[in-house]
Design a protein around this ligand. Structure first.
Ligand code: ACO
Ligand code: ZN
Length: 438
């Protein structure tokens, strides 16, 4: 199926990236016979009277696939030098993830499809009065992409504050990358649509010439910190947020451009950053990273994970996830990723958990318990249970969960779980767990 993005429900959606094609849900404005609609004067007048469109308006918008999709106007701004009604609009495609939100021109909007504007607050109040508790919980959950702890009010606050992407593109190493979400850069960057990052120290600048000057002086050729893994051209660096505060903060600003429901921690002291690089004779180029709290009461072994867009869908995400569990194994602990998981995060984790657990079940003779699986993999028992339940491999018999693993069913699930990703060669990992130094 070719739907572009996950809509709101991360659990059972098909997703692809910004460049993918759109299948369902697209509409083409036409009359009942399918012929393009002819404009008459009355209709032109009626349309002009709607302008400029109000924030909150729902309308169809022509997307890059040339088809029309429902959007909600999030923000509007006057076009420089334009007339009184000449605005462009920042829209959210209601079927898709917020990373596709964008500024569009009036020509892209089908004004015949404009819906009467409803006062948001009134709408919310009415809906919540009419909803049963179960329905309300469902809506809150789906809104936050599978996550319960952001309630509807904090989610609205989050969306209001971060509603318009501030930085549209970044330059990082040899890539120019379109951003996905708002990131709270310091106020002096408010007027920038593009930022230039040093790919090694992650300092960011407003102008290309500043970056060029910086590159002549910057003597880093890899992330600061210790190289704890090297295998072929891949290296992992461990960066202590306390020892490398500025690097940690720069990394968080950068990462937030691709992470939606994550708070930006200014207190980077409390985190370790594991930065994955592809190395060549010019240096070690960051591919992605994950962060990890030095001490987690909730047994989180990963706080945020990111593969930079040019490197996505090549198995690096699963490598980073596998790496986080290898660290947990060395610590002798089980781990779980911090919630909320994004749509893509959930897919990657589901794929990883499925592959690791089913590989074991395939090879294992006789009974095996969830606790044993957890001890072998460092995956938290709850995550094992939900993964196996989702795959319908668990039955509840005589007060106990029993794993039912028919080899043919396992093979089918394994095939559906996608490729294995890049392997972590544990013999190449030289690492001791974090210990506070006084
Ligand atoms: N469309 C469909 N499936 C996808 C997509 C996509 N765009 N991206 C990932 N997947 C699924 C696939 O099943 C894929 O396996 P496959 O390629 O074998 O089919 C699997 O997830 C993982 O693929 P990888 O190549 O190993 O992962 P990638 O390097 O692309 O990184 C990641 C995954 C880190 C989630 C990346 O998409 C990303 O950085 N996204 C933005 C930030 C984000 O959402 N991070 C997670 C937040 S949750 C948290 O931090 C705890
Ligand atoms: Zn630098």
């Amino acid at each position: 199926m070719g739907s572009i993005e996950t809509p709101t429900n991360a659990e059972n959606s098909s997703i692809s990236t910004l460049t993918a094609t759109v299948g369902d849900g697209a509409v083409q404005p036409s009359d009942s016979n399918g012929a393009p609609v002819e404009e008459n004067d009355a209709s032109k007048k009626r349309k002009a009277s709607m302008l400029p469109l109000e924030v909150g308006t729902r309308v169809l918008c022509r997307w890059r696939d040339n088809k029309y999709h429902p959007v909600k106007v999030i923000e509007r701004r006057k076009l420089p030098g334009g007339g009184a009604n000449d605005y462009e609009y920042y829209v959210h495609y209601t079927e898709f993830n917020r990373r596709l939100d964008e500024w569009v021109k009036l020509e892209q909007l089908d004004l015949d499809s404009v819906e009467t504007v409803v006062d948001e607050k009134v709408e919310d109040k009415v809906t919540s009065l009419k909803m049963t508790r179960h329905q309300k919980r469902k809506i809150d959950e789906t809104h936050v992409e599978g996550h319960e702890e952001l309630d509807a009010a904090s989610l609205r606050e989050h969306e209001e504050f971060t509603k318009v992407k501030n930085i549209a593109t970044i330059e990082l190493g040899r890539y120019e990358i379109e951003t996905w979400y708002f990131s709270p850069f310091p106020p002096e960057y408010n007027d920038c649509v593009k930022l230039y990052f040093c790919e090694f120290c992650l300092n960011f600048m407003k102008r290309k010439e500043q970056l060029q000057r910086h590159m002549r002086k910057c003597d880093l050729k890899h992330p600061p910190g210790d190289e704890i893994y090297r295998c072929g051209t891949l290296s992992m660096f461990e960066v202590d947020g306390k020892k490398n505060k500025v690097y940690g903060q720069n990394l968080c600003y950068l990462a937030k451009l691709f992470l939606d429901h994550k708070t930006l921690y200014y207190d980077v002291d409390l985190f370790l950053f594991y930065v994955l690089c592809e190395c060549d004779d010019r240096g070690c180029h960051m591919v992605g990273y994950f962060s990890k709290e030095k001490h987690s009461e909730e047994s989180y072994n990963l706080a945020c994970i990111l593969t930079l867009p040019p490197y996505q869908r090549k198995g690096y995400g699963k490598f980073l996830i596998a790496f986080s569990y290898e660290l947990s194994k060395k610590e002798g602990k089980v781990g779980t990723p911090e919630r909320p998981l994004s749509d893509l995060g959930l897919l990657s984790y589901r794929g990883y958990w499925t592959r690791v657990l089913l590989d074991i079940l395939k090879k294992h003779k006789g009974n095996i318990s969830i606790k044993e699986l957890s001890d072998m993999t460092a995956i938290k028992a709850e995550d094992i249970l939900t993964t196996l339940q989702t795959l319908e491999l668990i039955q509840y018999r005589k007060g106990q969960h029993v794993i039912c693993a028919d080899p043919k069913v396992l093979d089918r699930h394994l095939k559906a779980a996608g490729r294995g990703g890049l392997e972590v060669d544990v013999s190449k990992l030289i690492w001791t767990p974090y210990k506070e130094q006084n």
